[in-house]
Design a protein around this ligand. Sequence first.
Ligand code: SAH
Length: 242
Amino acid sequence: MPSPGACSHIMRDDSKFRRGRGEENEEAAARREERRRMVERQLRGRGIKDPRVLAAMERIPRHRFLPNPDHPAAYGDHPIPLSCGQTISQPYMVALMTECLRLTGDERVLEIGTGSGYQAAVLAELAREVYTVERFAELAAQARSVLEELGYGNVHVVVGDGSEGYAEAAPYDRIIVTAAAPEIAPPWLSQLKEGGRLVLPLGDRWGQTLVVVTKRGGKITQESLCGCVFVPLVGKHGWRGE
Ligand code: SAH
């Protein structure tokens, strides 16, 4: 198994720092327009209704979370490769999973699989405190730096095996797993508060079902939403590293 801290590094493009002011404003306006269209067509058009989720995704500069912020399809209707063989999820999947969490603004949320940090930013806009766990130190560092640049002081990026949850800050009102899980890892259930919700892609390596788990009166109920495909969760309660 390769060391999770080490993987090929894609340099961030800093060309935006060399541009003139006017050009930068033009570019910001173009990106805003791309976001507006993304929200209209990909999210609202497909049934995402939570106004807070829609507004957050219209605000957050998704392109800043990519290895190349000038990526022409940063707001495209598909996942995009990151370094370390990982991907940032399709905007619709981010919106759907976030909507399923039913955030009101007061929650403490755990995310498993920081990746680019984009989903963490969406959570940070909609909840009180976000803990996000990533197994690759390099991805965690990159995500941490963008989240800091954008002023998200309520996100804590942790390097570790998220299949064990993150006991240090438990319990959580909500847990979101953004890597494919072969099972509902027992630590997630024990770290979830009474009345809490857990959203995860559950299944085998090549295809999963998006599942919403609720914990009420000590009882666990499970609702299946739709098919999905995520990169594998690698760890104690996930798959073995490759
Ligand atoms: N939410 C991310 C996308 C996640 S891709 C975003 O918004 O960009 C899935 C991520 O889960 C990858 O970065 C992968 O390295 C990470 N991952 C896989 N297994 C993990 C584990 N056991 N603990 C923590 N992170 C894990």
